[in-house]
Design a protein around this ligand. Sequence first.
Ligand code: COA
Ligand code: AMP
Length: 635
Amino acid sequence: MDAPAPSRYPGVYAAWQADPVAFWAEQAKAIDWVTAPQTVFDASQGAYGRWFVDGVCNTCFNAVDRHAASRPDQAAIIYDSPVTGTKRSISFAELKHEVAAFAAVLQGLGVTKGDRVIVYMPMVPEAAIAMLACARIGAIHSVVFGGFAAKELATRIDDCQPKVIVSASCGIEGQKVVAYKPLLDGAIELSAAKPQACIILQRPQVAADLIEGRDLDWTDLVASAKASGREADCVPVAATDPLYVLYTSGTTGKPKGVVRDNGGHLVALNWSMTNLYGVQPGEVFWAASDVGWVVGHSYIVYAPLIAGITSVLYEGKPVGTPDPGAYWRVISDHGVAAMFTAPTAFRAIKKEDPNAEHLKRYKLDKFRTLFLAGERADPDTVLWAEKILGVPVIDHWWQTETGWCIVGNPVGLGMLTVKPGSPTVPMPGYDVRIVDEAGKDLPANTMGSIVVKLPLPPGAFPTLWHQDERFKESYLSQFPGFYSTSDAGFVDDDGYLYIMGRTDDIINVAGHRLSTGGMEEVLASHPDVAECAVIGMADSLKGEVPCGFVVLKAGVNKRPEEVEKELVALVREKIGPVAAFKLAIAVTRLPKTRSGKILRGTMKKIADGAEWSMPATIDDPAVLAEIEEALKTRR
Ligand code: COA
Ligand code: AMP
């Protein structure tokens, strides 16, 4: 057998380093522009420069219309829903009609370029149709994950002030049916900004009550648009106009509205599909995530469609819908070439079917690569997946902020050697450095803060929605000239990056990014709580789960267990089930430094059973023994 050809990665990365503008100008040729950009990068605009400033384009045209013309019958979206027993294939030609009709519905409600539309929907094709319809008319969508509670939705409504909200009567979570409408109504009640209209997709499992004068039925609206032949054309937008706002956890309870623009996003995502994921137009790609997360935005909806690749939209879980063979069935049924999910999904499958017995029922003959991201890919899970599937398992690292991969293994350019535990090397566009607290470069194999030299590449966020100052303060001020990722890690002698954890209070629960600071705000709002600290504890399935320590106010005459229960319910009510907050422990005091800082890092080490040493600055060393004891009795 011939030896595999050497990867083209070193040459491609070097070409980008030598001339980033020429590199991205070349990649931009793969996009259909209304007006092709003459200025690839303008350093004088925005906080760190803007890409393709004079380009004019439409994202929906590139994702839908151009393929509806050239490959009309190819499936654009395959909806596979074991929870409803549905499989539906939507061709590019059909998608164009659906999107154009729904875009006309939005226009009919007065939505125009620059208006915001919130999409609060489960994993149904209508969620993607709503997103693409917004893109078509230049409206800015903001998708909110279904697992968030009314208060979280309300915060987002107030921040982005949508003209219209698109939602559904319910989501289906494994065996549970979750009614969305009461959450939506609750959120609108809580929010100061009120949408002019809500469009509700009635699903057969739950019929939502529609509020007269505000709520409209998706099916009726679309049927009437189709009956009268109303279809919206693609509206040209500036490459730098926002395509969407996606809220992500920050260090406080107020989420950050990550802004994505149109032009850079088109160029970067299109590049990534073939060069990073190694998938070609006409093939099938499956990102098992949710449209409410950045993975869903980039790799369920936009990137595959932009590149003319069929995307699987899966409404189900890795286990329990109906069994741990669900992923293998989907790959086999739809001829998936590459899949992308979070490691937690594979840990769930491994837990229920350690010998992969369910895999024996399926032929995965088209399947070439499994990609993992969203949280640390532990080597055990990577090696297990590799062994049972017999394909490369590729870890890659990125963030909501960047919208696509920072460090990965570019399969399309020729795969590099996989080192389990490392997401491999920087993609073109990213000059990744490890620095100390003063911003000084650190040598190989030394842990430090991971930063990216500015400018960020096309596709990465230019700012936060209506918060330019918070953007600069959160990301650009700590290390001038660099983007601070808030992740820590090191680079080895071969230039492979290792991500070791966050430097802020963000935790990663089943691949979902959550703020412990946000949870602390909720706990502190309980009338019986004097002070509190939330940490992320290692969990063999979800990676991390939150644990809250609370000190009750003097004179509280309830049993501590009663308050603990109320606190668990309060986080679920205020943030949502996705927080997976199941453990609150009442303690008499919290460990602190002499200057009063809570020692969350040490508490986490104790909770994880990791080695820890007594901090020199601790006020009273005995408190840590109390925490250790409390954890022993309560976990
Ligand atoms: N709408 C409403 N509720 C939701 C929801 C949604 N879209 N998504 C999750 N929830 C609820 C769940 O039902 C669960 O509720 P519960 O406390 O009543 O059981 C809670 O939020 C926590 O959900 P989750 O963290 O997903 O845990 P789980 O125990 O239901 O499932 C896994 C665990 C590993 C199977 C699941 O996390 C999974 O499939 N992960 C795949 C990876 C992924 O999607 N990552 C996203 C980023 S790539
Ligand atoms: P999100 O914005 O939800 O995509 O979460 C981004 C964060 O998830 C990163 O800052 C990391 O802390 C973590 N993360 C994402 N991918 C990886 C990975 N491959 N390895 C380790 N951590 C990851």
